[in-house]
Design a protein around this ligand. Structure first.
Ligand code: DP6
Length: 336
């Protein structure tokens, strides 16, 4: 029996080893394995109710005045496409009322699609009375086309391995619990609007970069180093690989044909501030996804100091303090 309506939330994640480049765009199969940390407070909250086929889907989001408004543009198209894939995969022809809201700036390199599509996959499955395993849920989230959503269905530290190692449905898997390593992510927001070039376009162009092939050779060593750093909860080991990965993603974007420029001047100012903090003895390491904003990983005891230094950096609009989190959850407050 399906419930009347329900609300779930799913978190964003920050990649330590990046998914960049796509082997099969239709199925969102990446060119390489990736490893991420699931966040706690950057979440998408989604309410879902089943409607009849005749009623069709109804999709809304929160307007600037806090009231629900019909979703439009890329958000609407993305959700419609994902609902279609979910119906097809789950063998259902029901329609849905969906309302979704983010706790953080959407489409600015803060993985809003990962959290949004993970929440949608979970909400729709539950609304249909299903209880998918985390592996099934990871596959359902990936079918949105936002591959990183496959990692947002799990808490803690997550690896999305090679298809050969992961089994049917190509799910991501947890490699460490959140309690294993309490790590903070201090996010310097330097750009609030949507980025000009989507990750999807970036993935498609990645292999046109002369550096893409070399990246594939370097990745196995980095994956080993990051797995070890997570296993040993060792930020000193993780940090240099984290920064190398972020810079390489952007090196490939910048050298794709045509080139993609995600960074803003403030991105470089934040990277300099992070190097200065390290010079003064604070263990803080930076990474960026496909956008201008910078995630700074540090210990919870350094979080306040890092947040103050980032807030004082020119061009930083806002600082969000997040940390490793426990994954999707049920929510009691419905959006409609
Ligand atoms: C740079 O195709 O999952 O964040 O749909 O924008 O979430 P979105 O992108 P997706 O690619 C993610 C690319 C990345 C690196 C990563 O998260 O692994």
């Amino acid at each position: 029996m399906s419930p009347g309506k329900l609300t779930v939330s799913a978190p964003a994640n920050i990649a330590f080893v990046k998914y960049w480049g796509v082997a099969d765009p239709a199925e969102a199969i990446p060119s390489n394995p990736s490893i991420s940390m699931t966040l706690e407070t950057c979440r998408s909250r989604t309410t879902v109710a089943v409607r009849s086929r005749r009623e069709g889907d109804r999709i809304s989001t929160m307007g600037s005045d806090g009231a629900l408004v019909p979703a439009s543009g890329a958000l609407r198209r993305g959700i419609e496409r994902h609902l279609g894939r979910l119906r097809e995969t789950l063998g259902e022809d029901a329609c849905f009322e969906v309302a979704t809201v983010n706790s953080f700036p959407a489409a600015a390199g803060l993985a809003s699609s990962a959290s949004g599509f993970a929440a949608l996959a979970l909400g729709v499955s539950r609304a249909l009375g299903r209880e998918p395993s985390t592996s099934e849920l990871s596959e359902l989230a990936r079918l949105s086309g936002s591959g990183s959503a496959a990692r947002s269905v799990l808490g803690g530290y997550v690896e999305w391995p090679d298809p050969g190692r992961s089994g049917p449905g190509y799910p991501a898997a947890q490699i460490a619990l959140p309690e294993h390593w309490p790590l903070s992510d201090v996010i310097a927001v330097v750009e609030r609007g949507p980025k000009e070039v989507s990750s999807r376009q970036g993935h498609l162009l990645a292999s046109t970069s002369p550096h893409f092939a070399r990246r594939q050779e370097l990745l196995p060593g980095r994956l080993v180093a990051v797995r070890l750093a997570v296993a040993e909860a060792d930020l000193g080991r993780l940090g240099p690989v984290l920064e190398e990965e972020a810079v390489e993603l952007h090196l490939i974007a910048l050298s794709s044909r045509p080139p993609i420029f995600y960074w803003k001047p403030a991105t470089l100012a934040v990277l300099e501030a992070v190097r200065n903090m390290r010079g003064e003895g604070t263990a803080a390491w930076a990474t960026m996804d496909a956008g201008a904003n910078v995630h700074v990983l540090c210990s919870p005891t350094a979080e306040g100091r890092v947040a103050r230094a980032l807030a004082a950096t020119e061009g930083v609009l806002e600082v969000l303090c997040d940390r490793v989190g426990s994954g999707p959850r049920d929510e009691e407050v419905h959006l409609f």
